[in-house]
Design a protein around this ligand. Sequence first.
Ligand SMILES: Cc1ncc(COP(=O)(O)O)c(C=O)c1O
Length: 340
Amino acid sequence: MYSFNNDYSEGAYPGILEKLMETNLIQTVGYGLDEYCKEAEKLILKHIEKEDSHVHFISGGTQANLLAISSFIKPYEAVITVTTGHINVHETGSIEGTGHKILTKYASDGKVTPEIIDALMEENTTEHMVKPALIYISDSTEVGTIYTKSELEELRHSADKHGLILFMDGARLGAALTADANDLTMADIAALTDAFYIGGTKNGALFGEALVINNERLNEDFRYMEKQKGAMLAKGRMLGIQFMELFKDNVFYDLAAHANKCAAIIKDALLDKDIEFKYEPESNQLFPIFTYKDIDKLSKDYLFSIDSKVDEEHACVRIVTSWATKESAVEEFVKAIKEL
Ligand SMILES: Cc1ncc(COP(=O)(O)O)c(C=O)c1O
């Protein structure tokens, strides 16, 4: 069995493990105040061309979303996103658990638009309702699509028009920024959002996300929140060391580009067979529509998940490649697709 189930099925990029070994016996202070975290923050700030932003290393995506959103907004305030938004469907109500309602609209491409924001603002206008305060977007999105620079600029404009915080979940930011159709840089994202995070877990780290806060007001007392919610690791150095390695040379982008390259080979094979996609195949998550018969055939040797039923004979499946996907496995998978 070879798994195309996710991009966190493997351990870690070997350079990270080597760095962890190399630094293993060096003593440091704890809780993210060590030299490695400081160096990783410096590298990230230089990369995003924003010396005045702040970086907090968090262990996972749900934790990053929960911490950021619950500390950025007031008790009665709400979050705007699309129905497919990760916080809406795959985080066990963690945001709602902190008292914040999530307001959603459906988008066929998984992307928030100014029209969605306007509509939700119009539906929530008085103190008898929740007050929209933050826009949550993911790049790449949960359905594998990516935001263009002009779309992000429009969202910034909309956020400013309505006085909203713009927060980007970058669990798969590497895959977004190395996609063929991408025209954004991480510096653009830092300039256009109030906060975003750079995903490590799904791009070669053992675990970890780097939350970047660009709006000074939102950074106030953030470390108190981090500690109170149990997210401040005594051995925070584990995160700093990993991000130091990811931001050395071009590692972060090289790892993500590999995942996209493998996905593109699979995508081309599917297109050759005239297989349709539920969502535009733009990054390392593909959503082709197969017959149940073909799903059974492929499932004998490959692991992937069913996204949704299309009709009695067809379902949309989710195929994901990673920084560590073997090219030989991709070749074999392509052969199997050709034989469908
Ligand atoms: C877009 C997005 N955000 C957040 C997460 C949550 O990350 P974690 O599983 O590390 O909590 C995921 C996980 O799949 C994700 O796809």
